[in-house]
Design a protein around this ligand. Structure first.
Ligand SMILES: N[C@@H](CCC(=O)N[C@@H](CS)C(=O)NCC(=O)O)C(=O)O
Length: 340
């Protein structure tokens, strides 16, 4: 685990000593957009046309941020238009790697051994963290964007005229609600588990765990009368919560000490998690082997012996029993009806 400094790899962990024991996530640095063909801004040079086969996604199957983009790629029918390279689950001294002997798919596009090489291909003097996911432009040999929240939005719309897929996980009528949900869930849940698990001061850890469970309790209450977070439609807010919930009991509860309650103990969150897991296409994006080997194997400061626990036993295929709540599937752009 490390970062690039002026294009050179430096093996260093997050410096929590300088931040009072806090883990602080760096802002993603590559923020160009892929847009529908006719909407390219020729002046700005920071938007690129949606084209089949032009872009390639670099992910870890363990990473919740990359996972949410993979789910969008699946739901939006983009698998034959955007290829994927999967890292090894182990993030060691050189960071993410494409070591096929430990579970990576390898990288057929740039043939890099380490993920940081993509960043120096993009900019030989790159300084910053080297993260997944990355969307790569094969035509220009450049990173388009390495912020999963934005990649989700691009995939939701930019390629629709190529795929004919009109599913809309960010319908404009629900945008305000979704943005509000995302803001709280990002801070206290998605990033909250990391802020808890990587804290190096007791008080910092306790503060983040309390905020995390306050939000989980509130979401559980919200889901008692609502099928999905924003109501009757499944939206990106659900996908963003899902990738943390599905890792919670097997990883965050123990490894990150987020252990006031398990997701399995929540009357609403537990069946809600099962419903999302059983959503057509979603279970196929979940890889518990990569998830567990990554976390337990890549953070020697919290699990020095790298032992991967065998449990807990999960039963995400059990019926979810949420059909009594009104649900309309995913919104279809243009005619306002449910899809699945
Ligand atoms: N803002 C980024 C964060 C991505 C991120 O932090 N990914 C983690 C893996 S779960 C990573 O690659 N970390 C490496 C590091 O921080 O050095 C996004 O959401 O796309």
């Amino acid at each position: 685990m490390g970062m690039l400094v002026n294009g050179r790899w430096s093996d260093e962990w997050y410096d929590t000593a300088s931040t009072g024991g806090e883990f602080e996530r760096e802002r993603a640095q590559r923020r160009d957009w892929v847009v529908p063909q006719g909407e390219v801004d020729l002046e700005g040079g920071d938007s690129w046309p949606a084209q089949s086969g032009r872009y390639h996604l670099y992910v870890s199957l363990a990473c919740p941020w990359a996972h949410r983009v993979l789910i969008m790629r699946r739901l939006k029918g983009l698998e034959s238009h955007i290829g994927v390279s999967v890292t090894s689950p182990l993030m060691l001294e050189q960071g993410w790697s494409y070591d096929t002997s430990t579970g990576s798919s390898g990288d057929p596009i740039n043939r890099v051994e380490f993920h940081h090489e993509l960043y120096t291909l993009d900019d030989a003097h790159y300084t910053g963290r080297v993260t997944v996911p990355v969307l790569w432009d094969k035509e220009r040999g450049k990173i388009v964007n390495n912020e999963s929240a934005e990649l989700m939005r691009m995939f939701n719309r930019a390629f629709d005229s190529l795929t004919g897929n009109r599913l809309d996980l960010y319908p404009s009528a629900l945008a305000g609600t979704i943005d509000e949900l995302n803001a709280r869930i990002y801070d206290t849940v998605n990033n909250g588990v990391y802020k808890s698990g990587f804290a190096t001061e007791q008080e910092v850890y306790a503060r983040h765990v309390e905020a995390l469970f306050e939000t989980l309790d509130a979401l559980d209450a919200r889901l008692e009368s609502r099928r999905y977070l924003a109501g009757e439609y499944l939206t990106e807010a659900d996908i963003r919560l899902f990738t943390t919930l599905v890792r919670f009991d097997p990883v965050y509860f123990g490894h990150f000490k987020c252990n006031l309650r398990r997701i399995a103990d929540y009357p609403q969150l537990a069946p809600y998690l099962r419903e999302l897991y059983q959503w057509p296409g979603i279970a196929q994006t979940v890889d518990f082997d990569h998830i567990k080997r990554h976390y337990y194997g890549s953070h020697p400061s919290i699990n020095p012996n790298r032992i991967v626990p065998l449990g807990p036993l999960l039963d995400l295929d059990r019926p979810h029993g949420r059909d009594h709540l009104p649900g309309r599937g995913i919104y279809i752009r243009g005619d306002g009806g449910g899809a699945q």
